[in-house]
Design a protein around this ligand. Structure first.
Ligand SMILES: C[S@@+](CC[C@H](N)C(=O)[O-])C[C@H]1O[C@@H](n2cnc3c(N)ncnc32)[C@H](O)[C@@H]1O
Length: 325
């Protein structure tokens, strides 16, 4: 007789809360030789709030540098783009950056997309009260593998807004594939307004991703709480420490979580032992040279029409038009 497969009794506490696809992705990453968890799992409601706090940190230059570019060149951007676009905010978070552009861009419709759906819902409800004349839609979805916009999104003059250098979370190959998917979702009148972080000295980059207050550490560690919820895992946050630094050879900042001691983690359907010092890779943030950023867009179906940078050349905002097909 063949022994029956052992069964696990699912109770509310050890049942994964994620969809089967999300659970399979987490399971594969936790089992991989070099363990990894996608940075998209940094963002539950608390993760989104911690990211807002990071944006306030003196070390985190990207947000204020990008904001200075919008403040200085916003009118020029608005002239290039024109009113009446369908503004599609990719990874909108608190929607604050788009809200600042509304008085300049006068979009016909605002579509905010984010994986952190509860946080997005609250953000867009607040925003709709402030800008009642703009038609708004929030879409709580993961755009890392597909970007199929529902029929509610106006097809005319789609402008993808992708600030904060979130494109850097993808490898350059993944970034190209992502941008091509965006290009496929707009007509020849479509475009892109994107913020891209540029290569700079490693001390500045190290500090930006490992701040003195430990907010980035909390943001990274919170991913473990999120995974506990999604995959019925039993990570003990106190057993892990944050690592964030620039890997010059790879041209990217890396974030990892490092085991403080030998430990074992279990999740629904799996278990793994980690030795002290062993890591889980949780984020990459690729830094681009301006020419490489423009090249990436051009290879992905967009022509970079304008590039604006800050005086120090730390960050670029690029308006790109869809290359007609
Ligand atoms: C670095 S934050 C940027 C937030 C805001 N756009 C800004 O520039 O300050 C990245 C945002 O993208 C969202 N996000 C990350 N991965 C995502 C995915 N795969 N699909 C949808 N949203 C995602 C996160 O929840 C978060 O709000």
């Amino acid at each position: 007789m063949i022994n029956p497969m052992p069964t696990t009794r699912l109770t509310e506490t050890n049942r994964p809360h994620a969809s089967p696809a999300v659970f399979a992705e987490l399971d594969a990453g936790l089992r991989a030789g070099a363990a990894c968890i996608s940075p998209k799992f940094l963002y539950d409601a608390l993760g989104s709030r911690l990211f807002e706090a990071i944006c306030e940190l003196p070390e985190y230059y990207p947000t204020r540098t990008e904001a200075s570019i919008f403040a200085r060149h916003g009118h020029e951007m608005a002239r290039a783009i024109g009113p009446g676009s369908t503004l599609i905010d990719l990874g909108a978070g608190n929607c604050a950056k788009a809200a600042k552009l509304f008085p300049l861009l006068h979009p016909a419709q605002y579509v905010a997309i984010d994986i952190s759906a509860d946080f997005l819902r609250e953000s867009i409800e607040r925003l709709q009260q402030r800008f009642s004349h703009i038609e708004m839609t929030g879409l709580g979805l993961d755009f890392s593998n597909s970007l199929d916009l529902p029929g509610i999104v106006r097809p005319e003059r789609r402008l993808f807004f992708y600030p904060g250098s979130s494109i850097g979370n993808f490898t350059p190959e993944q970034a190209g594939a992502f941008l091509r998917r965006a290009r496929a979702q707009c007509d020849n009148d479509g475009g892109l307004l994107i913020g891209i972080d540029l290569v700079k000295d490693s001390a500045t980059l190290d500090a930006a991703y490992d701040d003195a207050l430990g907010v980035t550490a909390a943001f990274n560690l919170n991913l473990l709480r999120h995974v506990n919820h999604l995959a019925a895992a039993d990570f003990d946050v106190r057993q892990w420490r944050h690592r964030g630094y620039y890997n010059e050879a790879q041209g990217r900042v890396e974030m990892h979580l490092e085991a403080r001691e030998a430990l074992t983690v279990s999740w629904h359907g799996g278990t793994r032992a980690f030795v002290a010092g062993q890591r889980i890779h949780t984020e990459n943030s690729y830094k681009y040279r301006q020419s490489a950023a423009v090249g990436l867009l051009e290879q992905s179906g967009f022509h970079a029409a304008h590039v604006w940078t800050d005086p120090a050349g730390w960050f670029a905002v690029i308006h790109a038009r869809a290359i007609p097909i």
